[in-house]
Design a binder for this molecule. Structure first.
Ligand code: CA
Length: 85
């Protein structure tokens, strides 16, 4: 982080985008997450392992039903989850 340990608004957003990109780049479609990539992200970054939860996240995220998750779809869903708590 540029300014030591201090977490800023933009470093937090940068972290979210970096994490998304890291997984989105694993197959040929580098800008979006497949279900497999989302499963890996959830398992490694979110401790979500059960297939039923992965499927539920994927369906909840995929607003346009094209079986790929954009960064916007991903963030919209995370925000919904966060506000829901
Ligand atoms: Ca989609």
């Amino acid at each position: 982080m540029a300014d030591g340990a201090k977490l800023t608004l933009f470093s937090a957003l940068h972290f979210l985008k970096e994490t998304f990109d890291q997984y989105a780049q694993r197959d040929e479609n580098k800008g979006t997450l497949s279900k497999k990539e989302l499963a890996e992200l959830l398992r490694e970054q979110g401790n979500v392992t059960a297939d039923i939860f992965v499927s539920s996240y994927f369906t909840g995220m995929d607003q346009d039903g094209d079986s790929r998750i954009t960064f916007k779809e991903y963030m919209d869903y995370l925000i919904e989850l966060y506000i829901g708590y």
